[in-house]
Design a binder for this molecule. Structure first.
Ligand code: G3P
Length: 212
């Protein structure tokens, strides 16, 4: 399973990338709005650090505008993947962009039927937002299970990004269900490696070693 960081913070990306296991990054307008500076420069820097897929989202809501914006964003780096919202206009834009060889990450996916249409439109990635469904008392994990089945049933080349991760349990479930990718907020990413028994065990090993 590939692990992406869900952030636009250069500091966070540099830190996690230094672990040597970061495969990509996803951003969105909310995450970009938290960062100071020119967004194109920020995206270019993220691509340089990660050297893997970096999702950048369009702001336009009509398909013509989405395509223009997407083509402009794609010029930033070969690593840029265009995030397009899952609407009728988004599906139309995705069809056009995928035909032109521009990779799309269809975002704001909340149902199996949306995922089906995104895959048919040629999206390279689809991002079901698990946490936001869970927040409403709906079954986010069930949606991922269903989309995994859909993609396998029809052999779509689309990759599934487990998005809107809230806690380490989501990452565990993503791996067990067979999502291709989990995109994880910085705070949750750091929690993936920690366990109190690891810390205690290491402390004991080191103190025993000193007594030899
Ligand atoms: O990648 C999707 C993600 O940014 C949405 O997460 O936490 O805003 O639901 P959240």
């Amino acid at each position: 399973m590939d692990l992406y960081l869900d952030t636009a913070s250069i500091k966070e990306i540099e830190e996690i990338a230094s672990w040597g296991i970061l495969d990509g990054v996803t951003t969105n307008p909310t995450l970009m709005s938290k960062e100071k500076g020119d967004y194109r420069k920020i995206l270019r820097r993220i691509c340089d650090i990660v050297q893997g897929p970096v999702s950048a989202e369009v702001i336009a809501t009509d398909h013509e505008g989405m395509v223009v914006e997407a083509k402009d964003l794609a010029k930033i780096s070969e690593h840029i993947v265009i995030k397009i919202p899952c609407t009728v206009e988004g599906i139309r834009a995705t069809r056009r962009l995928s035909t032109d060889g521009i990779r799309v990450n269809m975002t704001l996916v909340f149902s199996l039927n949306q995922a089906l249409l995104a895959a048919k439109a040629g999206a390279s990635y689809i991002s079901p937002f698990v946490g936001r469904l869970d927040d409403r008392g709906e079954e986010g994990l069930r949606l991922i299970e269903d989309i995994v089945t859909l993609i396998h049933n029809y052999d779509f080349p689309t990759r599934i990004i487990f998005a809107s991760v809230r806690h380490p349990y989501h990452v565990r479930e993503a791996a067990l269900i067979g999502a291709d990718i989990a995109t994880i907020p910085y705070k949750v990413f750091k929690l993936l490696i920690t366990h109190p028994l690891t810390d205690l065990g290491l402390e004991r090993f080191l103190s025993d070693w000193k007594k030899r």
